[in-house]
Design a protein around this ligand. Structure first.
Ligand SMILES: [Zn+2]
Length: 105
């Protein structure tokens, strides 16, 4: 005589209203990322130089653009220095302005 059939079944949770679904103020999954220090601030011995192409290459994107601070994890001061060094290296043709596959089209 139970018209509902499953009256004792738990009600489905409404999306976005659960008690344990609070946002912790961070994006994505996993443990909260530790505040990573800028590589140049952390390591004083690390010197920035426009001739160090291999190092500067790590701060460019796949297309040859200068990476963002979010990408590099550098502080504002060192990101500026890196950007300047990349521009110098580009001027001397040590680094490309664009990726080869972009230029060819
Ligand atoms: Zn720094």
């Amino acid at each position: 005589m139970d018209s509902q059939g499953r009256s004792d079944a738990p009600r489905p949770r409404r999306y976005g209203s659960s008690e344990d679904g609070r946002r912790e103020g961070r994006r994505g999954y996993g443990p909260p990322a530790a505040r990573r220090k800028c590589a140049f601030c952390a390591n004083k011995a690390l010197e920035l130089d426009y001739k160090k192409v291999d190092m500067l290459h790590n701060y460019t994107t796949e297309r040859g653009k200068i990476g963002t601070r979010r990408h590099s994890g550098l502080c504002a001061r060192h990101q500026r220095d890196v950007a300047l060094a990349i521009k110098r290296a580009r001027h001397l043709a040590l680094l490309p302005y664009t990726a080869e596959h972009v230029r060819k089209g």
